[in-house]
Design a protein around this ligand. Structure first.
Ligand code: NDP
Length: 318
């Protein structure tokens, strides 16, 4: 049987290239995207085989849309063998917070809460998979990990969920930050990516032994030319790829990042649940992956539990 993976945000960047790489490995990919014509054009542009994918609408910022996506996926009759939570927004120049249709700050709503609900709803589908080790992969990032050089840059602030006071108070306007503090859009992104890693670890703790599902996170390298940076200053968008290529040597192409993500989904050596994979920040040809140490906050089990309980409330699960 041909295995099936769902990839969120497969209309561009890392997700699009991971879809291409998984189809090349013989998988069927469900591209879960908010813009269907854009996804169709992108898949055709990079030559993904037409029978290798299905596109289903998903707007992660809307909890209703997440629920509808799950029911649309189930009505295809396909079994689910891997779920890849890849989509994200990064809006570092916002002066005021934007809110999702459910009333939550938009980057945390999209990157964390939408994926949190999606993972929970699709857990049962992954449990029903007949492959030996179904997988659930959530993308992390270096800037959310202060144990890595890229995570030490305090602009605008390091990730910090504090004691989740903002979430505890309902996370609706005027609240815009998980810790209840002043709105800082770049930090909201880092916080949401930290939530992604905490969610992966809590999924592992709760469900790995009983379900056999492998839960993992990964950092693909600095994919400096993706649309993720479209909301940054134009000058930054010009200089950033050059800086990453020539100074930090962190730059990787979208193709290589997609190949790496597809390996985490499909290759036998990535079957260790609870891991965070990286190829480091200084790229060299044939660079090997390794298990990256996570930040103290990402390793905080009490925080992971508290984030789980509060997120479950915010998405209407409890
Ligand atoms: P892109 O902007 O190219 O891709 C992001 C994807 O997310 C797009 O397909 C976008 O769709 C989708 N998306 C955004 N909002 C929503 C939504 N509400 N509902 C559904 N889909 C949505 O960025 P990247 O490929 O760079 O990012 C992919 C992942 O990699 C992210 O999780 C990011 O944090 C992570 N990452 C990226 C790094 C980099 O250097 N680029 C480094 C480390 C991690 P649309 O086309 O409709 O906007």
């Amino acid at each position: 049987r041909q295995p099936t993976a769902i990839i969120t945000g497969a209309s561009s960047g890392v997700g699009l290239q991971a879809a291409r790489a998984l189809v090349q490995k013989g998988w069927h990919v469900v591209m879960a995207c908010r813009d269907i014509p854009k996804t169709e054009t992108a898949a055709a542009r990079i030559g993904i085989a037409k029978d290798g994918y299905t596109i289903i609408h998903l707007d992660l910022a809307s909890l209703d849309s997440v629920r509808k996506f799950v029911s649309d996926f189930r009505s295809t009759g396909k079994q689910l063998d891997a779920l890849v939570c890849n989509a994200a927004v990064y809006m570092p120049l916002l002066k005021e917070p934007m809110y999702s249709p459910d009333g939550y700050e938009l980057s945390v709503a999209t990157n964390h809460l939408g994926h949190f609900l999606l993972c929970n709803l699709l857990l049962q589908d992954l449990k029903n998979s007949v492959v030996k080790e179904p997988r659930l992969v959530i993308l992390g990032t270096v800037t959310a990990n202060p144990k890595e050089l890229g995570g030490k840059i305090p602009i605008p602030a390091p990730p910090d969920l504090g004691d989740l006071k903002g979430m505890e108070a309902g996370f609706k306007a005027p609240i815009a930050m998980i810790n209840g503090g002043k709105f800082k859009p770049g930090k909201a992104y880092k916080d949401s990516k930290l939530c992604n890693v905490l969610t992966m670890r809590e999924l592992h703790r709760r469900f790995h032994e009983t379900s056999g599902i492998t839960f993992s996170s990964m950092y693909p390298g600095c994919v400096a030319e993706t649309a993720l940076f479209r909301n940054s200053y134009p000058l930054f968008q010009k200089i950033f790829p050059w800086f990453q290529k020539n100074i930090t040597k962190g730059y990787v192409t979208e193709e290589l990042a997609g190949d790496r993500l597809a390996e985490i989904v499909a290759d036998p050596q990535y079957n260790k649940s609870g891991s965070y994979w990286s190829w480091g920040n200084r790229q060299k040809p044939d660079r090997q992956s390794f298990e990256q140490e996570m930040s103290n906050e990402a390793l905080d089990n009490n925080k992971a539990k508290k984030l789980w309980d509060l997120s479950a409330k915010l998405v209407g699960m409890s």
